[in-house]
Design a protein around this ligand. Structure first.
Ligand SMILES: *Cc1c(COP(=O)(O)O)cnc(C)c1O
Length: 368
């Protein structure tokens, strides 16, 4: 069912018989007379190509309203507009560095408080809630340490205490999980990653089921204006058509790699949740990360994830560069940790590339 839905996403039947979505570049829409509109007035408010993507995506999520934004961070910022000074948000301890940086700024600038907790520790969750707690912000598979968390008990707690649950589902996508159906209030993605899938679109998407949330987020979306362009909306629809194939293959490759890298002696730790194509490794300190990154030939040293090619990221100076050293220390984000977004290449080629790069990355005069 999901594969069919993705493969044929947003097929429109129009007078031309076109089998893919048109890209409406028009920013303004003509009116017949006062009080008349086709439903489209001005592209910041609503654009036909963006609406095609948003409506198709809301359906995939089992939600009612989606809002496509110009980046994943713009999606997170859109949602942050729901909060006021003195509100408190409980946040996954291990999370994307850019989100941490935005929350730090909001705390300083607007006095919205963000408390970083371990959502798999229910006692800690309960103890962290007070009368100011408005939301949980959760990465179900954390970045970069790949901890997974059981969301169902958290929905129960949140619903009982009138707290919003916000899920950053970038690593999973609606192909692997649909939190709105299980009890989440807001699901967001950096669509730059698996949803686009080809490293050529910067985008975000926020989805809700609740009418009130749909209305206010819709107002903020139009008011703030970080909306997604028609061309990028089209590219996301195009990417979604193969999401299932790409994720199945990345996951299969990542599962095999997580297994085989366990027994490689230059790797001290393999961090993998069992789902999706994201895994992290910690090199033994007798090896040089710098040499390793210079020695890889097939894999690509770049800062993103979710594309067809295997990317290797160094969180310490890339995704988490703006996190203070002591915060990185607390989380185990050190100078030996590498995050891998496993692509859809042949597994053997990725594995062999990693092995050959490691073999040539031994520091001189250091023993294991
Ligand atoms: C990349 C990423 C973001 C930010 O998205 P952009 O599209 O880069 O703005 C947010 N959350 C997670 C988990 C990400 O990986």
């Amino acid at each position: 069912m999901k594969s069919t839905q993705l493969a044929q996403i947003s097929l429109t039947k129009d007078h031309t018989g076109a089998t893919t979505n048109p890209i409406y570049l028009s920013t303004a829409y003509q009116h017949e007379k006062l009080g008349c509109s086709t439903g489209f007035d001005y592209t910041r408010t609503k654009n036909p190509t963006r609406s095609n993507f948003e409506e198709a995506f809301a359906k995939l999520e089992g939600g009612k309203y989606s809002f496509a934004t110009s980046s994943g961070m713009a999606s997170i910022q859109l949602v942050c507009n729901l909060f006021k000074p003195n509100d408190e948000i409980l946040v996954s301890f291990d999370l994307y560095g850019g989100t941490f940086r935005l929350f730090e700024f909001y705390e300083k600038q607007y006095n919205i408080k963000f408390k970083y907790i371990d959502f798999s520790n229910i006692d800690e969750v309960n103890a962290s809630i007070n009368e100011h707690t408005r939301a949980f912000f959760i990465e179900p598979i954390s970045n970069p340490l790949m901890f997974s968390v059981d969301l169902n008990p958290l929905y129960e707690i949140a619903q009982a205490r009138n707290i919003l649950t916000i899920i950053d589902n970038t690593f999973l996508t609606p192909y692997l999980s649909t939190p709105l159906k299980d009890g989440a209030d807001i699901v967001l993605h950096s669509a730059t990653k698996y949803i686009s899938g080809h490293n050529d679109v910067l985008a975000g998407i926020v989805t809700v089921s609740d009418d009130y949330l749909g209305e206010v987020l819709g107002q903020f979306h139009n008011m703030i204006g970080a909306t997604l362009s028609p061309f990028d909306s089209y590219l996301l629809l195009r990417g979604l058509k193969t999401l299932h194939l790409r994720l199945d293959r990345s996951t299969e490759n990542a599962q095999k790699l997580a297994q085989s890298l366990q027994s490689v002696e230059s790797i001290d730790e393999v961090l993998y949740s069992g789902q999706t194509g994201m895994l992290s490794i910690r090199l033994n300190n007798a090896y040089s990360v710098d040499s390793f990154l210079q020695n890889i030939k097939l894999c690509i040293f770049a800062e993103s994830l979710g594309g067809t090619e295997t990317f290797i990221t160094f969180p310490y100076t890339q995704t988490h560069v703006d996190m203070a050293d002591e915060e990185k220390d607390k989380r185990g984000i050190d100078e030996y940790l590498l995050r891998l977004s496993i692509g859809i290449e042949d597994y053997e080629d990725i594995y062999e590339d990693i092995l050959q790069a490691l073999k040539n990355s031994r520091k001189e005069g250091v023993s294991i």
